[in-house]
Design a protein around this ligand. Structure first.
Ligand SMILES: Nc1ncnc2c1ncn2[C@@H]1O[C@H](COP(=O)(O)OP(=O)(O)OP(=O)(O)O)[C@@H](O)[C@H]1O
Ligand SMILES: [Mg+2]
Length: 318
């Protein structure tokens, strides 16, 4: 089956004060139709930068190489207008930060209707409002005038979050990019959003790139998991495989840091993107690293079951 989304050898640098900072290094990922891929990794490793690259949300100070293909077409070869339509209708983002993602000065019903009109799903306010009420109902939100006319600041965090999800799915997109918040949202709300997205995904059949650093959320919702460390994909595989049979020493460390496995933290810190070590980027924290790991960048090897690992010891695991 052809992937719906294919990121191939994506290199991305930010240029700051004429200094090039290499963030994404040869990132390759595929998402197949109806599939949920969770992208996990610790804070600052490059997950959101990857999601934003798929949404073409890049500032002027970015240098990129490699390709991002949607249904086989390079999204960076599309015109602005072409991609704008694609982003509304086929690829949608669900920002899960209710506090900042909604416009505080615009009534909630109006914001959702605008999204439907912007994505050209509906032509006028009346039919858009009808559609919005139907989606609000589906997500357990009130569909009455009072709620429609409410401003986001007058609603609970859970309601705002559901409204954001409504806006994200209004055009029945084929691909949802969900960047789970790491800050400023309580655990119960996050859990609720994950449950809801899991349910919606079963109903709509949308594919999803689910960005998180919460392994239990990834386990709950994902078919496959990709593990990112310091701007690189170090492991990908079926969710159960990656969780129960992690191959990369970093993934093994992440799993051992789970409360259910005794909270054993990985020693040390992720290196700064300004001072990357030669060889494997994880080598300074890796208990299995030998001299070669400190000088040679590992290639990615693939085991059976399409379990991939970027580690010099990978071949031995595979
Ligand atoms: N616009 C930017 N200009 C310069 N550096 C940036 C920019 N955006 C992100 N970065 C850097 O890129 C790296 C990756 O950031 P990113 O936001 O993708 O991390 P993340 O994995 O999403 O982290 P979190 O889990 O905290 O959301 C970080 O070092 C960050 O400081
Ligand atoms: Mg992020």
């Amino acid at each position: 089956m052809a992937p719906l989304l294919q990121i191939e050898n994506l290199n991305l640098d930010f240029v700051i004060n004429r200094e090039k900072i290499h963030i994404l290094n040869r990132v390759s990922l595929e998402i197949y139709p109806h599939e949920v891929l969770a992208l996990i990794g610790e804070t600052g490793c490059g997950k959101s930068v990857t999601g934003n690259a798929v949404l073409r949300l890049m500032q002027n100070n970015v240098l990129m190489e490699g390709s991002v293909r949607y249904k086989g077409r390079d999204i960076y070869a599309m015109s602005e207008e072409e991609f704008r339509l694609l982003r509304g209708r086929e690829i949608a983002a669900i920002p899960q930060s209710p506090g900042t993602a909604l416009n505080p000065l615009m009534k909630i019903g109006f914001q959702a209707s605008e999204a439907a009109i912007g994505a050209k799903v509906e032509k006028d306010n009346k039919t858009a409002a009808f559609l919005v009420r139907r989606i609000f109902r589906k997500l357990g939100l009130p569909d009455n005038d009072h709620f429609f006319q409410s401003y986001p600041w007058s609603l609970s965090g859970g309601m705002c979050q559901r409204a954001l999800i409504s806006i994200g799915i209004i055009a029945k997109p084929n691909l949802l990019i969900v960047d789970e918040p790491t800050k400023a949202i309580d655990w119960a709300l996050r859990r609720e959003a994950v449950e809801l997205l899991g349910k919606l995904r079963l109903e709509t059949g949308s594919s999803m790139l689910f960005i998180t650093h919460d392994i239990s959320a990834a386990r709950h919702i994902a078919d496959r998991i990709a593990v990112m460390y310091c701007g690189e994909i170090v492991e990908t595989g079926l969710a159960e495989e990656v969780i129960n049979n992690p191959l990369h020493p970093y993934t093994i460390g992440l799993m051992n840091a789970q409360p259910s496995r005794g909270f054993h933290c990985i020693n040390g810190f992720m290196p700064s993107f300004r001072q990357l070590p030669p060889g494997c980027r994880f080598s300074n924290r890796c208990e299995y690293a030998d001299a070669r790991c400190k000088t040679h960048e590992p290639e990615t090897s693939v085991s059976d079951k399409e379990h991939k690992v970027k580690c010099l010891r990978g071949k031995q695991y595979a």
